[in-house]
Design a protein around this ligand. Structure first.
Ligand SMILES: C[S@@+](CC[C@H](N)C(=O)[O-])C[C@H]1O[C@@H](n2cnc3c(N)ncnc32)[C@H](O)[C@@H]1O
Length: 332
């Protein structure tokens, strides 16, 4: 671990809020824990809250009750956010009786009323998930990035991605013939995709954490560390404090520590908190399997068995073709 910024060789992990710790894991109810946090303190608050869709870690209630609860938490979070800080709220859909309520739409007015300013609505696209039968299958979620004021940190250079055409030149004016791009790469855009190729199309590739992902734990809805890392790198500076109020197995805490930021994570589930602690220790010991930031997503070559048409479909299609064309009766 880099010591130049005053970080210890291993993170000090505390179970109570403590300014002297590198990392604090609070096993508690989010609202109760937030009420005990200092005001104007966190440079970045980033989370994926429960979506009220009946996951194993939540009790589903009516949408209005859910939002009323979340609104109280939101006001505590805004109090705890620094004047130059950012809040990133990553959500999907609440679904009731087959009707879809995109949560970013309902959360936006809550944060707006608290004075925050929206800077980006990032679309996080992924390829895997349930196959819907009565609507198009959902393949993206969103991340709302708000700031508290106009004085916010945005370290674009820390998160640039390679340009598609780095050799492009200015074709007129004073700079004619000189490279027109930025040698550090281009802005990664507000579309983060696991499908399109970052290196070809300039989009962020972050697969969601499913069974074959190196980061998978027993948690059903983990953040990819890489997704949080982009926000940590762009929106905070070394030693800043990051808060994840629904921290699960600690993906945000790892992203913070990996980049020399300090963090607080809250989750009421003791198993998830223990896993978060274990993952931090594993990361520190170099044992945690994580997907490196910016690593291109694996693309099937077409030769893998799962990428090929099942033989049964091929035979059925052939049979159909023969029937349609009267080939079954062909004497040849
Ligand atoms: C969508 S998950 C977050 C997962 C996390 N981003 C990760 O990478 O592991 C939401 C988390 O909120 C926690 N949670 C739900 N209700 C809570 C409450 N009232 N207080 C504290 N934690 C709560 C759940 O235990 C769950 O781990």
């Amino acid at each position: 671990m880099d010591l130049k910024l005053g970080f210890r060789a291993s993170p000090t992990i505390s179970r109570l809020f403590d300014h002297a710790s590198d990392c604090v894991i609070l096993q508690d109810d989010t609202l109760a824990a937030c009420r005990g946090l200092p005001s104007d303190f966190f440079k970045l608050i980033i989370t994926s809250p429960p979506y009220n869709i009946g996951k194993q870690y939540e009790k589903q209630v009516g949408l209005e009750d859910y939002l009323a609860w979340q609104a109280v938490i939101a006001s505590e979070l805004v109090r705890a956010l620094r004047v130059d800080g950012s809040l990133c709220w990553q959500v999907g859909n609440f679904v009731h009786d087959g009707e879809v309520f995109p949560l970013d739409i309902v959360f936006h007015p809550i944060f707006k009323q608290l004075g925050l300013k929206l800077r980006n609505r990032v679309v996080w696209h992924f390829e895997h998930g349930l196959h819907a039968s009565k609507r198009f299958s959902g393949r993206y979620e969103t991340l709302l990035w708000f700031t508290k004021t106009d004085q916010y940190t945005f370290n674009l250079d820390s998160v640039r991605v390679p340009s598609k055409y780095p050799g492009k030149l200015h074709f007129k004016g004073d700079k004619r013939g000189q490279p027109s791009g930025n040698p550090l790469g281009k802005n990664p855009s507000d579309f983060w995709s696991s499908l399109a190729d970052e290196w070809d199309q300039g989009v962020w590739e972050i697969p969601n954490v499913k069974a074959n992902h190196p980061e998978k734990t027993s948690h059903p809805c983990q953040f990819p560390i890489e997704l949080v890392e982009r926000c940590v790198l762009a929106l905070t500076d070394p030693r800043d404090w990051v808060l994840d109020p629904f921290a699960g197995v600690g993906s945000s805490l790892i992203a913070a520590w990996k980049n020399e930021r300090r963090s607080v994570g809250i989750d009421r589930d003791p198993t998830y908190c223990a896993l978060a602690h274990e993952r931090l220790m594993d990361f520190d010991a170099g044992r945690l399997k994580i997907r490196p930031i910016g690593k291109p997503v694996h693309k099937p070559s077409g030769r893998e068995k799962v990428a090929q048409l099942p033989m049964q479909w091929v035979q059925e299609a052939n049979a159909h073709y023969r029937t349609e064309n009267g080939l079954w009766n062909d004497p040849d």
